[in-house]
Design a protein around this ligand. Structure first.
Ligand code: LIP
Length: 266
């Protein structure tokens, strides 16, 4: 197997183990461990335990690699490969018992920032429903053993779009304004609460497009590769040079340009 296929296979194995741990902990009851950037930005004991499992497995299998995780931060490696990990994406869903959360693991090379990295492999695993979205650079995007493709066109009723809102209440007016600006393109909006699943759903054709401001690198690292490997387009930038949080847009090419320009992605 090639390097990217090896990285994908390792990510799949670890994501399955991590996802099962998250599912078992959820069934046993979830404790909020702390709040982070805002009152709504929580971390559970399971987030920490799952990230520790992922980190330990990666260190054992590929000790020279770097790591960037939502809960434990960054460690530089020497191999040029960095693992970008969200142990439980959709944390608030997870804490409330809404079965829409996923383990997101990506391997990137180069500087581990979304502006600079090249994504090599990515896995988004949703343990409830046992949905394993996975990809290796150049090998396409998959749900289990089914190859994925973005929707080739958008219906006459408009695009089915998804978005999300930041944890910081100060961002809400801008988020709502953005949603209102984009709404004329949409047949409807979905707000699932897990960016990695939103991006996976674009890749799978379950959504025509997705947009959100303020995502962290670990929210989008695996899902963005799934989108592009499924024939979709992905963009991330500071909208019109503003100082607001970076805007992410992902969509089928059938709606990408209209969505990106309407959302202000320069
Ligand atoms: C979440 C994202 C979601 C966004 C939330 C939060 P977390 O990540 O997946 O799309 O709207 O504000 O950033 O915190 O569950 O890992």
């Amino acid at each position: 197997m090639s390097l990217v296929q090896d990285l994908e296979a390792l990510a799949i194995d670890i994501a399955r183990e991590a996802g099962e741990l998250a599912r078992v902990r959820r069934e046993a009851g979830v404790a909020i461990a702390a709040t982070k950037s805002a009152l709504a930005d929580i971390v559970t004991e399971a987030d920490r335990e799952v990230e520790a499992l992922i980190r330990a497995r990666l260190a054992a299998e590929r000790p020279e690699d770097g790591f960037l995780g939502e809960e434990t931060g960054a460690d530089t490696g020497s191999s040029g490969v960095t693992w970008v990990v969200d142990p439980i994406d959709g944390t608030v869903n997870y804490a409330y018992g809404i079965p829409a959360y996923a383990v997101s693991i990506a391997a990137v090379q180069g500087e581990p920032t979304p502006e600079a990295w090249e994504a090599l492999a990515g896995v988004v695993y949703a343990p409830v429903g046992d949905e394993l979205f996975h990809t290796a650079l150049g090998d396409g995007a998959w749900l289990g053993d089914r190859r994925l493709s973005v929707n080739p066109e958008v219906g006459p009723a408009g695009a089915l779009l998804a978005t999300g809102f930041g944890y910081d209440p100060a961002t809400r007016p801008g988020d709502l304004e953005l949603s209102g600006t984009v709404l004329p393109l949409a047949r409807d909006l979905r707000r699932a609460g897990a960016a990695s699943l939103d991006l996976s759903y674009v890749a799978a054709g379950r959504l025509d497009g997705y947009f959100e401001r303020g995502l962290a690198p670990w929210d989008l690292a695996a899902g963005s590769l799934l989108v592009t490997e499924a024939g979709g387009r992905f963009g991330r930038a500071m909208p019109d040079g503003s100082r607001r949080a970076p805007l992410v847009v992902a969509a089928t090419p059938a709606i990408y340009d209209a969505l990106a320009s309407t959302a202000g992605l320069t």
